[in-house]
Design a protein around this ligand. Structure first.
Ligand code: FAD
Ligand code: SF4
Ligand code: SF4
Length: 611
């Protein structure tokens, strides 16, 4: 006799769960350039299949919407059909009983508003505006458009030096990027469809660690033109490198003693050893670039002077000023900006925090580096206070996990309220106000507001503020450079309008971003400065890429980099992650699907070997 039973998943349920996982992976790796009308229709169909069918707007309305979109795809529609799609979707949103119908209609509503031109083109011309623009997913997502399948194929054949030479065609910081690139290329890697993204960044690190010789790119004849680059970070040095290869005489002005920018004076050694950075910089300087360190442009020499002395200028001064919390007590002693603390460490001075209690405020990568650095400087207790949840942090998930594993304590949903000082004016506590998570804003992130509870006291000896950096643009504004919210205004070509011969890029234009975005900006600037100077030089690579071998691709786990023993690394600045072994690198390379040869987006007119 049975009344209730222990429930077990049916075979069909297991299969459908697997299929949902497969679809989720495919959506994750959806490349740019898919037809938005087609995608809208297919998403709508999936949503319609989830309808319980009880309310008419959902059961009937979603089907009608699908028919209308079908008409658009068949070229059997006009502008009125597109308006009707929008109105029907809005009506379903107003009248559906539950989230199944509402969200399905919202998806169409957003699509028809956002992609109206594509809907119209399909209706009137029977084709898509997008399809022609598809390219190789990883290359399209790398801001510098590095030839990923090419270098992965070379590494697979053991040709590490050739791989590094190929990377240098688009990015003169292969070593740095092998260690700290945020690898946006991996997000859209097509291997997601099978199992997981190829570890593109880890493979790059393997190549730079194992390349025994350094192949150089060819350099053009001297042009007689001169370019001043202000700022010796990754952005400035990238522009300097390519301009020098193009035959122009380049001088880099850098305010600090050494080149590298935030790579030297921000990112700690346990993630990016100085020797790795020096490897890239030495290679760049071999092209004959002149360097003037210890010169603060705007103070020691004016921009106007440089404009007269050089044919063109590239400003890439980064974002080095700290942002303030703007709360009472912030003037207390031992309240330090994260960038200042990390700069001090980068300069070789390591403050002793032995036994101290440290509060880091912020939720980005800089906050994680400040937390981990404070632990390495001997702090007894490090709390990272963030006003949202861990899921909302902008820091990379691996950075958060490593900070926690090393002993950093992340306290979420606390907003700084005020700082308590002792009798000597030193920090004695950070008072925080508990937050409650709320409605999701237009940026897709949930907002926070003060919870209905009392402020909380966190006793501490130091407060490290890591809530972002601003650009020291003031001296440049005085000489007529325009800014928007403190960042330089520049065109997409990097040209500064109305300046005559000034270009700008990197963090100084975008605000604090990433190494590879600064590199990409430097590459764009070099190309356009060359054009401005009256030339059309090409940067090319002669490296021959191996032909792909057609193979089966059974699912295979991704090789992630191993973390060295916590006990060995948490008290010093030695490298946290270990590179791949030969065996791991070979396996990881073999996971690449060679999208340069197979699948939509493969090179249609041959490989791009120059720009
Ligand atoms: C702690 C920290 C960790 C980070 N971690 C990562 C990471 O893991 N991955 C990642 O991709 N990105 C990371 N970033 C971001 C990355 O470092 C920057 O986006 C990148 O360095 C920006 O390059 P840039 O050339 O535009 O500016 P910068 O690297 O800031 O270089 C600008 C250079 O200009 C010089 N300068 C400034 N003003 C003048 C002047 N008036 N005259 C002469 N020289 C001047 C500066 O001294 C500096 O050398 C991190 C940043 C920080 C602060
Ligand atoms: S530089 Fe960064 S984004 Fe570009 S291919 Fe390498 S890891 Fe990917
Ligand atoms: S499978 Fe290879 S070529 Fe395709 S996107 Fe991933 S890394 Fe690039």
């Amino acid at each position: 006799m049975e009344r209730l039973q222990i429930e077990k998943p049916r075979e069909g349920e297991k299969v459908i769960e697997g299929l949902y996982r497969d679809i989720a992976r495919r959506i994750t790796s959806s490349p740019k350039g898919l037809c938005p009308v087609d995608m809208t229709l297919n998403f709508l169909r999936v949503c319609h299949a989830q309808s319980c069918g009880k309310c008419t707007p959902c059961r009937i309305g979603l089907g009608q919407l699908a028919d209308l979109i079908e008409d658009v795809l068949d070229g059997a529609a006009d502008e009125a059909t597109i308006d009707l799609i929008g109105q029907t979707a809005a009506h379903i949103m107003d009248t559906a009983d539950c989230a199944i119908g509402f969200e399905a209609a919202r998806l169409v509503h957003v699509g028809v508003l956002g992609f109206r031109d594509d809907f119209l083109n399909h209706a009137t011309h029977g084709n898509c505006l997008y399809g022609v623009e598809q390219s190789i997913p990883c290359m399209a997502s790398c801001p510098a458009h590095v030839d990923v399948p090419g270098y992965v194929a070379l590494i697979k054949e053991g040709r590490n030096a050739d791989a590094v030479a190929l990377i240098r065609k688009d990015n003169p910081f292969p070593s740095v990027c092998g260690y700290v690139c945020e690898h946006p290329c991996e997000k859209s890697c097509r291997r997601h469809m099978v199992d997981d993204a190829v570890n593109i960044c880890g493979i790059k690190r393997y190549a730079v660690d194992h390349a025994t010789e350094q192949a150089e790119l060819s350099q053009a004849e001297p042009t007689g033109k001169t370019v001043a680059v202000v700022g010796g970070g990754p952005g400035g040095l990238t522009a300097a490198y390519y301009l020098s290869l193009m035959g122009h005489a380049v001088t880099v002005y850098e305010q600090r003693d050494r080149l590298g920018g935030m790579l030297r004076y921000g990112i700690p050694d346990y993630r990016l050893p100085q020797s790795v950075l020096d490897n890239d910089i030495d290679f760049i300087l071999k092209t004959g670039i002149k360097v003037k360190t210890g010169v603060n442009v705007g103070e020691d020499i004016g921009v106007e002077e440089l404009k007269k002395e050089y044919d063109a200028i590239y400003l890439s001064i980064g974002a080095h000023d700290d942002r303030k919390l703007g709360i009472d007590g912030e003037d207390a002693r031992n309240v330090v900006p994260a960038v200042s603390m990390l700069r001090q460490v980068g300069e070789g001075h390591r403050p002793d925090l032995a036994g101290k209690r440290v509060c880091v405020v912020g939720g980005g990568n800089v906050a994680m580096d400040a937390t981990r650095t404070a632990l390495r400087l001997g702090a007894a207790d490090v709390k990272c206070v963030y006003r949202r949840r861990i899921a909302d942090m902008t820091a990379l998930s691996e950075e958060i996990e490593e900070a926690q594993a090393e002993g950093g304590n992340i306290l979420t949903l606390y907003a700084p309220d005020h700082i308590e000082k002792d009798g000597d004016g030193k920090v004695s506590a950070l008072w925080v106000r508990p937050q409650i998570i709320g409605a999701v804003g237009s940026d897709g992130r949930p907002s926070v507001s003060n919870a209905d509870t009392q402020p909380v006291r966190i006793a501490c000896d130091y407060i490290v503020v890591a809530i972002g950096q601003s650009i020291h643009s003031h001296p440049f504004e005085e000489s007529g450079m325009e800014t928007r919210r403190g960042a330089f205004k520049a065109e997409r070509s990097s040209f500064v309008p109305g300046s005559g011969n000034v270009f700008a890029g990197g963090d100084a234009v975008s605000g604090p971003a990433t190494v590879i975005l600064a590199v990409a900006a430097g590459k764009v600037a070099a190309d356009n400065i060359d054009d401005f100077l009256g030339f059309d030089h090409k940067i090319s690579s002669e490296v021959e890429i191996p032909q792909p071998v057609r193979a089966n691709f059974p699912p295979c786990g991704r090789v992630n980099l191993r973390t060295n023993d916590i006990g060995d690394i948490v008290n010093n600045f030695s490298l946290v992650s270990a590179g791949m072994t030969d065996e791991e690198a070979a396996q990881e390379c073999s996971r690449c699907l060679r999208c340069d040869q197979f699948g939509f987006g493969s090179f249609r007119k041959g490989r791009v070997m120059e720009w």
